[in-house]
Design a protein around this ligand. Structure first.
Ligand code: IPM
Ligand code: MG
Length: 355
């Protein structure tokens, strides 16, 4: 029997609408040749929501996300919103969405497609066999700790990094479980040589590790990790870390794969799931058909894996991406000397053809 899967699509700003359109195309094509059926409903978040509804996260958007099986997001943000007060910034919409849906676990895989080995800024011999899963805590840490304030008259500002035991335990468990399905190794990244919050993080991660005797746990300071990622990235299996360190390290890890345009992500909670590319809204190339839709298409594959429990279909998409890259199809961000880049829509079309 065919069951409808409802997906809320949040195209957002900049290149968001272009890249989500290609992911929707791929999902529709997949539905046509499988037992799945998707119903897509669109809603606003980010700058476009500020323009239309005067808030970056309208209540109706949050409610619609909650009543869907999954959320597929593009990207948010544009320079014209940079000077708005904090509560009107597009980023606030995304943070409130993550918090509102309880999406505490952000999975950001960085896998090198062999066909793109030469697109990385690192030498091919260093990125061979790179297959890292960054598990980033997404609803706590310095992004959400209070107080957060700018005290103009006092000439100072503060943000607060807070982690509660249950927040550390649940993200550590996600990492240990994920490692159990991969290489059985978890590296927890912190700044425990300086920050109390990190000392506590490390202690609780160690404590949680006793529940997973088959997983090898190591610890690394975040500055060292940033260096190790470019020195010898193949050493990592699963990296688990807090919100801000994960934000920074996942951008760095994405470049191992050749382009930020390649990295998908899944944001998971106990009740809801959202899938989005790691890259931003790239306002400089918005609306020009230059964006790489692969990160969003690969995010749709993660949706099939995690929300729909269809690793077979996720693999179908992954294979189609790989085939398309092997055939030499490149958007501008991954085109090398002499290669003529294809448009966003052409890349999507090629992947559909190769499904
Ligand atoms: C990301 C982004 C966001 C973050 C911004 C846009 C709020 O950089 O998803 O990595 O910092 O989490
Ligand atoms: Mg980021």
């Amino acid at each position: 029997m065919q069951t409808d899967t409802t997906i809320t699509v949040l195209p957002g700003d900049g290149i968001g609408p272009e890249v989500t359109a290609e992911a929707v195309k791929v999902l529709k094509a997949l539905a046509g040749s499988s037992d799945l059926n998707f119903e897509f409903n669109y809603a606003d978040v980010g700058g476009c929501a500020v323009d239309k509804h005067n808030t970056p996260l309208p209540k109706a958007t949050l409610e619609q996300c909650k009543s869907s099986d999954a959320v597929l997001m593009g990207a948010i943000g544009a320079p014209q919103y940079d000077e708005l007060p904090g509560h009107l910034r597009p980023e606030r919409g995304l943070l409130d969405l993550r918090k509102g849906l309880g999406l505490y676990a952000n999975l950001r895989p960085a896998r090198v497609y062999p066909a793109l080995a030469s697109a990385s800024t690192l030498k091919p011999e260093y990125i061979e066999n790179v297959d890292i899963l960054i598990v980033r805590e997404l609803t706590g840490g310095i992004y959400f700790g209070t107080p957060q304030e700018i005290n103009e008259s006092g000439g100072e500002a503060r943000s607060t990094m807070v982690y509660q035991k249950h927040e550390i335990k649940r993200i550590a468990r996600v990492a240990f479980k994920a490692a159990g399905k991969r290489g059985n190794r978890v590296c927890s990244v912190d700044k425990a040589n300086v920050l109390d919050v990190s000392k506590y993080w490390r202690r609780i991660v160690k404590e949680t590790a006793t529940e997973y005797p088959d997983i090898e746990l190591s610890h690394m300071y975040v500055d060292n990790c940033a260096m190790q990622l470019v020195r010898y990235p193949a050493q990592f299996d699963v990296i688990v870390t807090g919100n801000m360190f994960g934000d920074i390290l996942s951008d760095e890890a994405s470049m191992l794969t050749g382009s930020l345009g390649m990295l998908p992500s899944a944001s998971l909670g106990d009740d809801y799931a959202l899938y989005e590319p790691v890259h931003g809204s790239a306002p400089d190339i918005a609306g020009q058909g230059k964006a790489n839709p692969i990160a969003t298409i690969a995010s749709a594959a993660m949706m099939l894996q995690y929300t729909l429990n269809r690793p077979d279909l996720a693999e179908t998409i992954e294979q189609a991406i790989e085939t398309t890259l092997i055939a030499g199809c490149r958007t501008a961000d991954i085109a090398m000397n002499g290669e003529t880049p294809v448009s966003t829509a052409d890349m999507g079309q090629e992947i559909v053809k190769n499904l």
